[in-house]
Design a protein around this ligand. Sequence first.
Ligand code: HBI
Ligand code: FE
Length: 334
Amino acid sequence: LKKHCKSMMILNEKKVPWFPRKIQDLDMSVAQTLDAGDELESDHPGFHDPVYRARRNQLTDIAFKFRQGQEIPHIDYTPDEVKTWGLVYERMQDLWAKYACDEFKYILPLLESNCGYAVDNVPQAQDISNFLKECTGFTLRPVTGLLSSRDFLNGLAFRVFFSTQYLRHHTKPYYTPEPDICHELMGHAPMFADPAFADFSHEIGLASLGASDEEIERLATCYWFSVEFGVCMQHGEKKAYGAGLLSSFGELEYSCSPTRPAGGTNDVPEYRPWDPFQACKQKYPITTYQPVYYVAESLHDAKERMRIFTEEMKKPFHARYNPLQQTISVDRCV
Ligand code: HBI
Ligand code: FE
């Protein structure tokens, strides 16, 4: 596949960064994975485990060969992998009941009855993709590892969510330094079945098309404080809608109901009202719990505020998605 790295195109007499115009173009976006999984960092729990690394390469290969429009191959997860998934899934149950938003709690049982979500089964990406497509038009696409923010967000413009297929290392079931299938399928997938959340994500995706590097940075930061670590008010209480919270048994409780440890003073997070104009500038840590959470009044409110933010972005064109053709059309294009 040809890489599009750093290429530009002319739109409304302005040079803008390349972006996918039809859904098949996503094959080019994923050709540039930052970390293909064959070069695990030395602090990764699977770094010294040749069996884990071989398995990762197997799964990477499946994602690497995937082309838009194909069925996502069925993966036979190993007993170790199923066990790891099950440990996380089981442990999250009580926490979801207490701290997940209503939308998540409504959808999870549907994923159990339609897509094989269970303690003793890792669900298949194609089954979830079919289910999401019926709900909101979102689909999953396998990916080998981390993509650039630009490529990752561009996929959302086509209502495509790039999803990894490997599991975290079995010796550390409650920890992963990178997105894995527990994070994608427990944290992200259920939320994409919700129409307001799907529109919210789509909004960020459309805004990312042809955006400058600075704008991509701001959008990625908004994504972080919403899609990953978003909290919203429901029935007068804080509830999580961000996937980073919904897939982390420690941080889910911390984000919605922090308890001040006896001796500590700085161990409760700060809550601010969800405002993309503010959130887009906020620095954040990636390896510790978040010191700041942005709290939306509702998913609908989160979406409206995001829409206002993206409308004010300075772009030489306006991108729209045509779901039937699965193409992007551009207004005021020369
Ligand atoms: N790539 N595969 C993959 N999965 C993600 O969740 C992901 C990514 N690249 C960037 C990213 N997430 C975000 O942190 C934002 O930069 C968009
Ligand atoms: Fe994520």
